[in-house]
Write a protein that binds this ligand. Sequence first.
Ligand code: ADP
Length: 210
Amino acid sequence: ELRTPLTIIKGNLDNIDKGFAGEVQPQQKDILGDVFRVINRLSRLINDLLDLSKIESGKMELNKESLDIVTLAGETVKTFETLAGSKKIGLIKEFPNKRVTVNADKDKLTQVFINLMGNAIKFTDKGNVVVRIIDLQKEAQVEIQDTGPGIPLDQVDKIFDKFVRVVAEKKEGTGLGLPIAKDIIVLHKGRIRVESESGKGSRFIFVIPK
Ligand code: ADP
């Protein structure tokens, strides 16, 4: 009920934008561009809300399989290379030379990497983002560390709550990325936390059982 009307609105706007309903003047194109941006934002918000309500109502099921978290992390890093490059931010992999196999849902775990790496790159304006994997005995530990603004000490405990956004930040977002990441990790019987201080960058750390 939320996604379908949006898809229809987008499709119809797209048809207008492509000129199927008559020639589009430059000023009209500008307005359409603004509308597209707002609709895309709304669509991200709706997708995040639906994901979260699915998890919280206990309806999200994990399709667990045995997978190499090093390969999975490497694939996600690759998808962020262009974005990091355009911001002139280094994207550094610190991975073990061997496979680290965990029992996890590939799509959901990918979502966690996307949310954490997306934030790290979004909030960092210079320096680098390190993605580190540590092979612990019974768990795999993942760290995503950045040289961004960090999170004020009094906000650190709240950062995984819904809709919490550090007010000083004007970057686009829904405030739902971290709660979703946390729920997914907890569903996997893992743990997630952040080490951060204002001005010193952030390090998000999660562990997931093998
Ligand atoms: P969003 O990124 O959509 O705002 P999140 O739930 O992913 O929502 O993050 C919540 C808030 O936590 C962000 O708005 C930002 O203030 C803070 N935050 C998350 N990741 C970082 C980071 N790597 N560096 C600094 N602040 C961060």
